[in-house]
Design a binder for this molecule. Structure first.
Ligand SMILES: [Zn+2]
Length: 210
């Protein structure tokens, strides 16, 4: 669904109100390795609108805010792989379509774009390396039409999370984008965030180079 000007205005207002309360999710951001300036740059925030503490992740395009996602920020819930936790890891604004996260970074991209699975990996990669980075929202949520966003870009690096679903998703995305794309596998158990957190930015950048 296309966002009307009124809707974009109300989403932008909501996102900035939530960003003002980013302090409430600081301990969650710390576990992710997302620093205060990086969180501020992406206007990450917090809300209890859904009954428990959540990190708000606004989707910006050059036209404004088109969606907001809400990630559970209870550190004790971790990555939600434990099925006894009855909590939705991610919630979204109702009535929003599916979007590529951080699409505005494509404007300044000509030589290289990095593609991650998930919004917060995109925040980590772009926030710490400066490479224009977009995130697709989950292994089974790539939309065919997004390949047109990469037309004419010299090199597209698709990061594969280090597990079977992650590798399959990255291969699928790279094939959909076409010849400019190649997959970089970060190794068993790693995603972009954990790699940068555990091994450092320069080693991550080195891993991306051929
Ligand atoms: Zn949760």
């Amino acid at each position: 669904m296309l966002a009307s000007p009124e809707r974009k205005k109300s989403l932008a207002l909501k996102a900035s109100e939530m960003a003002a309360n980013v302090g409430a999710v600081q301990s969650y951001l710390d576990t992710r390795g997302i620093s205060e300036p990086v969180a501020a740059h992406y206007k990450l925030g917090s809300t209890t609108e859904f009954g428990s503490l959540r990190l708000s992740i606004p989707y910006f395009t050059p036209a404004g805010v088109v969606d907001i996602k809400y990630r559970c920020a209870l550190t004790e819930h971790g990555d939600h792989k434990d099925k006894s936790i009855h909590c939705s890891k991610m919630m979204k604004e109702s009535g929003c379509g599916s979007h590529l996260y951080n699409a505005q970074s494509l404007i300044r991209a000509s030589d290289l774009v990095v593609v991650t699975e998930g919004e917060l990996d995109a925040v980590m990669v772009e926030g710490y390396t400066g490479f224009p980075t977009v995130g697709y929202p989950g292994t089974s949520n790539w939309e065919k039409r997004w390949r047109y966003c990469f037309d004419g870009i010299g090199e597209v690096i698709v990061i594969a999370d280090g597990d079977d679903p992650g590798r399959k998703a990255a291969e699928h995305v790279a094939q959909a984008i076409g010849t400019a794309a190649r997959v970089v596998d970060l190794g068993d158990g790693h995603d972009a965030s954990s790699y940068i957190r555990d091994l450092g930015v320069s080693q991550f950048v080195e891993r991306l180079s051929r």
